[in-house]
Design a protein around this ligand. Structure first.
Ligand SMILES: *Cc1c(COP(=O)(O)O)cnc(C)c1O
Length: 348
């Protein structure tokens, strides 16, 4: 399978923007090549220089944690940037199509619509696993991308590994596995399988377990050919200097992050059990993520009543296969007990 032939013709022929720092590499002390402010910046940190377009120091630090080489790593302004770039680099508007597997993360569909790319929806089965036959039927010669979210948002379950492998073995486009919640899962990541599957793209993010949703930093791991294509299409300085500095500092605190993951997983199990004891809760789906999908007697009414008390959950009642469900993020122990007391206080 040839990734180079999968990209759009205009992208294949694109001569990317060449930054001042791309044109000169080496030792120098006087930089008069990028029209920066040579005096400095009005901040204590020196933000007057353009940041490294390829974020090599940060990627090096990430590589040490993930065990994925730098040339297989792309960094974006959130994973959402990688999702959008995949559409822009590989999908011809008005001609190509992508497959998404509802109920799932909303950005795949929004990005497809922004880029005028046809969406083929193959619903998950009632057990929230892949409909492999349906996926096989939906694929045609213009299918470029299949998005598999595992653990899936909003259902919380991991997708069966062998099913994902079946898709990887039988599809000649890119298979994107969105692992935003992988840190909370029992399931193994797919980032170790990149050498086996050239068409594999794994998305991870600093927004969830790492506690850096406000920073906007996402990762895509893929074959070096795919990574080169994404780098060619992205904005030259897509990750700011402050994001690169702060992410590097955050990576030093992996101990704290692992501690939070452990607590979150323990709280998830506790909260699931406590929710199930409430008469209004019909079902609590098993979760491999940092949230719980729960079916309640009156989802809209419960949602509104919680809002009244200043507690916001996500109302998924109108989503296919999630009828009557609320998606509840696992909070701190204190937040979770506030939620439980609020639910207990609601009139039946
Ligand atoms: C939250 C989430 C993301 C994260 O997106 P960022 O742009 O990195 O914040 C990606 N995928 C899924 C499925 C998510 O739920």
């Amino acid at each position: 399978m040839d990734i180079k032939n999968l990209q759009r013709e205009n992208i294949k022929n694109l001569r990317p923007y060449s930054t001042a720092r791309d044109e000169y590499k080496g030792q120098a002390s006087v930089f008069l090549d990028a029209n920066e402010n040579s005096f400095g910046s009005p901040l204590p940190e020196n933000f007057n220089r353009y940041p490294d377009p390829l974020q090599l120091d940060l990627k090096d630090a990430i590589s040490k944690i993930k065990g994925v080489p730098i040339e297989n790593t792309f960094l974006g302004n959130g994973s959402d940037e990688a999702i959008d770039l995949l559409f822009r680099a590989f999908c011809n508007p008005g001609k190509d199509n992508v497959i998404i597997l509802p109920p799932t993360y909303g950005m795949y569909e929004v990005s497809a619509n922004i880029n005028d790319v046809e969406i083929r929806k193959v619903n998950l089965l009632p057990n929230f696993q892949l409909d492999l036959e349906g996926i096989a039927e939906a694929i045609d010669a213009n299918t470029k991308l299949i998005f598999i979210c595992s653990p899936n948002n909003p259902t919380g379950n991991s997708i069966i590994r062998t099913d994902i492998e079946t898709v990887l073995a039988n599809f000649n486009g890119l298979v994107i596995i969105d692992e935003a919640y992988i840190n909370f899962a029992k399931q193994r990541t797919f980032i170790q399988e990149l050498t086996e599957y050239p068409q594999l793209v794994v998305l991870q993010t600093f927004s969830k377990a790492w506690g850096l949703a406000g920073l906007r930093l996402g990762m895509a791991f893929a074959s070096s050919i795919t990574i080169d294509i994404l780098n060619k299409v992205k904005a030259p300085y897509n990750i700011s200097q402050s994001t690169q500095d702060l992410a590097l500092a955050a990576l030093q605190n992996i101990g704290q992050v692992n501690e939070w993951i452990k607590i979150t997983v323990a709280e998830r199990e506790l909260l699931s059990k406590q929710l199930l004891e409430l008469p209004m809760i019909r079902k609590v789906y098993p979760s491999d993520a940092n949230f719980i999908l729960a079916e309640v007697d009156d989802a809209n009414g419960t949602y509104d009543a919680l809002v009244e008390q200043g507690i916001i959950v996500r109302n998924r009642a109108k989503i296919t296969l999630c009828e009557g469900c609320l998606r509840i993020t696992v909070g701190t122990p204190a937040e979770n007990s506030i939620l439980l007391s609020a639910l207990k206080s609601l009139k039946p």
